[in-house]
Design a protein around this ligand. Structure first.
Ligand SMILES: NC(=O)c1ccc[n+]([C@@H]2O[C@H](COP(=O)([O-])OP(=O)(O)OC[C@H]3O[C@@H](n4cnc5c(N)ncnc54)[C@H](O)[C@@H]3O)[C@@H](O)[C@H]2O)c1
Length: 429
């Protein structure tokens, strides 16, 4: 279990003080409220000192205690703090260089997804973590949603028999900007990587290792529009965490990264997934995540929605309430999640999105700390699992370029990388 006293807490710094860096403070607030203090936030690092100072101010206001030291570089961070771990929340193109430098300093790293900008960048991170015997964790939050935990327990208990087919379709977006400009640029990651890694992780969470996939990808919307451009930031509390930056971004801009993937994915278990991730669709959008097994189906809601999942067994009624526990009697949430959500099992919740988001970030911190302290052996989503998600997300683009089905292994090992070639070149890799 995570450490309880501030004196014992591991000193950590947030490196990258943009939207996600600021969002992560909510995780620290939730930890404190649940009397869990695995880490003490001692630093805020960003070459944009306005962002770093903003995060340090907000941290002091929300968490009390000393103001985290502000630093522009890891060198400054090392000089001014006793940091032992970093929470890496920069844009993805910097993840690998910062992680490698942190490992060289003997620090542990929890990197935001996508672990690295390319499979090659991920490999440099994995190798450096191993060389310096440091923990590398991937901050992957979706699978930690208690509803996904319940769903996985149901699958493991055989509630729908042997999984055969997963339908994972996420459709909508038109020509709107998804959060920021870099998410639409190939050299910045692209939406299919930024969002795709979440869904790749979810598919492997439920079905085990993916092996092969065939995909078609498209860039449907070459011009994206930012509805916040030039507007003033709402001061009535309704502003999203990203709004202050979005108002400064251009009203429209060229998109260079593919924005839609249509794939068939094979898993080692024999299961198959039909995968659609379309960030450009117009008209009626939709989200569907359903697993069909030899004895029934499991329909899953959107992550962090708190809505009920539904089990439908052959010849039986739909089950979406406490009767679900009869199908997985041993199911209990882990101690940290149970403390943060207030119960060790439930089939729905009604928190505000921001509260749910923060609680899941808090769970990530507990998992990371337990790995550093050697309690758990390794984080649940370690570097390899994070790199597998990056490989799966690139596999859809690599399949399009190669014009054939590809294996996840050949993308993971960086043997198949034609789509990533110019991104790697831009990174100097
Ligand atoms: N898990 C989730 O739900 C979720 C949600 C949003 C973002 N993310 C991830 O978080 C990461 C950051 O995304 P964001 O939306 O906050 O981006 P952002 O553009 O809002 O912020 C990035 C920050 O990194 C800083 N930065 C750049 N180079 C740096 C360096 N060398 N050292 C320190 N800081 C540096 C920038 O100045 C900026 O402040 C991405 O990997 C993204 O995919 C995850």
């Amino acid at each position: 279990m995570a450490k309880a006293t501030l004196a014992e807490a591991i000193p950590i710094a947030i490196v990258g003080c943009g939207g996600m860096g600021h969002r992560r403070l909510g995780g620290f607030v939730e930890l404190a409220q649940a009397d869990l203090r695995p880490f003490q936030l001692v630093g805020a690092c960003d070459p944009d000192l306005g962002n770093a100072n903003s995060l340090a101010d907000e941290a002091q206001a929300k968490l009390g205690g000393p103001r985290p030291a502000v630093a522009a570089t890891l060198e400054e961070l090392a000089a001014n703090t006793q940091v032992q771990a970093i929470d890496l929340t920069t844009t993805p193109r910097f993840h690998h260089t910062i992680a490698v430098e942190a490992f060289e300093r003997g620090w542990h790293v929890m990197s935001e997804k996508p672990l690295g900008l390319t499979s090659r960048a991920c490999q440099t991170m994995l190798q450096a973590a191993a060389r310096h015997d440091c923990v590398l964790s991937t901050a992957e939050n979706y699978r930690r949603d208690p509803i996904n935990r319940l769903g996985k327990a149901l699958i493991d208990a055989g509630a729908i028999g042997t999984p055969r087919l997963m339908i994972h379709h996420s459709i909508g977006g038109g020509d709107g900007m998804l959060i920021s400009v870099w998410r639409h640029q190939k050299d910045g990651a692209g939406v299919l990587l930024d969002v795709g890694v979440h869904f790749a992780d979810i598919m492997e969470f439920y079905l085990g290792p993916a092996t092969t996939l065939y995909a078609q990808t498209r860039l449907h919307e070459p011009i994206r529009r930012n509805r916040f451009a030039g507007q003033s930031v709402a001061t009535d509390g309704s502003a999203g965490v990203y709004e202050r930056w979005q108002t400064q971004m251009p009203a429209e801009f060229e998109a260079t990264a593919d924005d839609a993937a249509y794939a068939t994915i094979g898993f080692a278990s024999g299961a198959v997934a039909s995968y659609v991730e379309d960030h450009a669709a117009r008209g009626q959008g939709g989200f569907k995540r359903t697993i069909f097994g030899s004895e029934g189906s499991l329909d899953l809601p959107g992550d962090r929605s708190g809505r009920r999942l539904v089990v439908q067994r052959e010849g039986g009624d739909a089950i979406d309430d406490a009767a679900l526990y009869d199908l997985c009697p041993d199911f209990r949430l882990d101690e940290a999640t149970a403390r943060l959500f207030g119960s060790d099992r439930f089939f729905e919740y009604t928190n505000e999105f921001s509260a749910t988001d923060s609680k899941l970030l808090a769970v990530e911190y507990c998992d990371f700390a337990a790995a550093i302290e050697g309690e758990s052996g390794r984080p649940e989503v370690d570097g390899v699992q994070g790199a597998r998600s990056v490989a799966m997300a690139y596999a859809w683009m690599e399949s399009q370029v190669a014009g054939r089905a590809v294996t996840i292994d050949e993308v993971f090992d960086d043997r198949l990388n034609a789509y990533q070639a110019d991104i790697n070149e831009g990174l100097g890799l």
